[in-house]
Design a protein around this ligand. Structure first.
Ligand SMILES: C[S@@+](CC[C@H](N)C(=O)[O-])C[C@H]1O[C@@H](n2cnc3c(N)ncnc32)[C@H](O)[C@@H]1O
Length: 407
C-alpha cells in the first residue's frame, strides 16, 4: 500500500476512535467510552497494578473483552513496517565507541547500517543535525573516509566532539549553530547526506523542510519528542496531512511518547508512589469540596515524598489555596490512591493501543512531505524497541536525475 492510501485509512481510523485515545483516566473518574463498552471497563478496573505494568509496552497481548482485541489487531496492521534492525557484524575501532553508553552505541551502529543499506546512490559529505558530540556522523564519515559537518547548539558538546574527530584525523567541523535559525541553513548543500538521530519535534521538522528546500541528496531521520513543537497546534508538513480529518494539539502529540521501557525498578516505584499520592489528593479534594473537578498537581521533587502522604497532600492543598478538612484516615486514603492508580493504568491500556498508530500518522506525514518534494522515501525499524521505543527510521533520497538537475 502506498503512503498516501495508508495515511488516509489510518487518519479515518484514528479520527473515528478519538474518544478512546483522547480519554485521560488519570483526570476523569469515568471515561466516556466506558458507557459504550461496560464489560471492557469492568474487566480492566478489576486488574492489578502489576498486571497493568506487565502489559504497558505490549497492550495488544492481553485478552480483554471487545472491542480491545479488534482494536489491537488493527493497530498492529497499521504500524507494520520492514524491520531493518539486523545485528551489525562490523568491527569498529574501540575509540569510536569510547564514552558512549552501550544502548546508545547500539542505536548508532544500527542506524548507520540501516541507512547505508537503503540508499541507492553514493554518499559524499555528511551532516549530523543536532549532533551532540557527533558520534553518529563520525561513524558514518569514518566508514566512508568522507568529510563531516556537525550542527549543534551546545558549544561544549561541539568542543568535545572536535577532540574526538581530531583523534580520527577526520575532516570534520563541529559548528555551534541553532538549526531553527535561518543563519544555520546556509550550511546545507545539494551534495550532502544528512543524518539525525533523535532530533526532537521542531528540530527534525525543520530538518526535512530545509533538506527539501535545498535539494540535499539524502536524509536519514529517527524522530523523537514529536510534542516539542513551537505552537500549541500541530501543523502538518505534507499537503495530504494538512487535509486530514484529524487535527492534533501539542497535548495529543505527547501520546506516542508515553512509553517507559527504560526506567529502572527504583525510578518506577517512586513514579508510582508519586502518582498514587496525587490520585489520593485528587480523591480528598473532590470529596472534601463536593466537586467533580480534577486539580492539576505540579511535579514534586523526590524529597517531597520523604515526609509521607499527609504532608505531600497538605502541600498540594496549599498550592491551590485550599483549606480542606483532614481525611478520616491517611492510610485509608493512600490505599484508595493506589487502588485508583491500578484502575487508571489498566484503563490507559486502551489509550496505549493507539500510541504507535498515532506515531505512524506523524511519521507518514513526514514521509509524504518528502515524497511531495520529489524524494524516494522508505520507512522501517532501525533497532529493536528494547534499545529505544523511538525506533522508526525515515530514509529519503533524491532520484539521480533530479539530484543532477538541482546541483
Ligand atoms: C536528544 S539529543 C540527540 C543528540 C545526538 N543526535 C545523539 O543521538 O546522541 C538532541 C541534541 O539536539 C541539540 N539541540 C537542541 N536544540 C537545538 C537547536 N536549536 N539547534 C541545534 N542543536 C540543538 C541538543 O543540544 C542535543 O545535543
Amino acid at each position: 500500500m502506498n503512503f498516501a492510501e495508508r495515511f488516509q485509512q489510518l487518519d479515518a481510523w484514528l479520527a473515528a476512535h478519538q474518544k478512546l485515545w483522547r480519554a485521560k483516566p488519570f483526570i476523569e473518574h469515568q471515561c466516556t467510552w466506558e458507557n459504550q463498552w461496560p464489560e471492557l471497563a469492568t474487566w480492566l478496573r478489576k486488574r492489578s497494578l502489576e498486571q497493568a505494568e506487565q502489559a504497558h509496552t505490549q497492550p495488544h497481548l492481553i485478552h480483554a473483552p471487545a472491542p480491545f482485541g479488534e482494536l489491537a489487531r488493527t493497530a498492529i496492521a497499521f504500524t507494520q513496517v520492514p524491520d531493518w534492525s539486523s545485528q551489525s557484524c562490523d568491527v569498529f575501532p574501540e575509540p569510536l565507541q569510547r564514552h558512549i553508553p552501550g544502548r546508545k552505541w547500539q542505536q548508532i551502529i544500527r542506524f548507520a547500517q540501516a541507512s547505508q543499506t537503503r540508499w541507492q546512490q553514493p554518499t559524499r559529505h555528511w551532516v549530523d543535525w543536532c549532533a551532540g558530540k557527533g558520534h553518529l556522523g563520525r561513524l558514518m564519515a569514518w566508514q566512508g573516509g568522507q568529510s563531516l559537518l556537525c550542527l549543534e547548539q551546545n558549544a561544549q558538546l561541539n568542543r568535545d566532539g572536535e577532540k574526538l574527530s581530531e583523534s580520527f584525523l577526520l575532516h570534520a567541523r563541529h559548528q555551534d549553530a541553532d538549526v531553527l535559525s535561518p543563519s544555520a541553513w546556509h550550511y546545507l548543500a545539494p551534495e550532502q547526506s544528512l543524518v539525525a538521530l533523535h532530533a526532537c519535534g521542531q528540530l527534525h521538522m525543520t530538518l526535512l523542510q530545509r533538506v527539501a528546500a535545498r535539494g540535499c541528496a539524502q536524509v536519514a531521520l529517527a524522530p523523537c519528542c514529536y510534542n516539542r513543537i513551537e505552537g500549541m497546534d500541530y501543523m502538518p508538513l505534507s499537503e495530504i496531512a494538512q487535509r486530514a480529518k484529524l487535527k492534533l494539539s501539542k497535548d495529543d502529540l505527547g501520546l506516542p511518547m508515553q512509553e517507559s521501557v527504560t526506567a529502572g525498578q527504583r525510578t518506577r516505584r517512586l513514579r508510582d508512589c508519586s502518582m498514587a499520592w496525587r490520585l489520593a489528593f485528587d480523591l480528598w479534594q473532590r470529596e472534601a469540596q463536593g466537586s467533580d473537578h480534577y486539580l492539576p498537581t505540579p511535579s514534586r521533587p523526590e524529597s517531597a515524598m520523604s515526609q509521607g502522604i499527609a504532608a505531600f497532600c497538605r502541600e498540594l492543598a496549599s498550592y491551590h489555596n485550599l483549606h480542606l478538612p483532614e481525611p478520616a484516615s491517611w492510610p485509608e486514603l493512600e490505599q484508595r490512591g493506589w487502588q485508583r492508580l491500578a484502575e487508571v493504568r489498566n484503563l490507559e491500556l486502551v489509550r496505549g493501543l493507539f500510541r504507535r498508530p498515532l506515531e505512524m500518522w506523524l511519521l507518514l506525514d513526514r514521509a509524504l512531505f518528502m515524497q511531495e518534494a520529489g524524494y524516494r522515501v522508505e520507512i522501517g525499524l532501525f533497532c529493536p524497541a528494547e534499545l529505544t521505543p523511538r525506533n522508526f527510521l525515515l530514509i529519503a533520497e533524491l532520484p539521480c536525475a533530479q539530484a543532477i538537475t538541482r546541483l
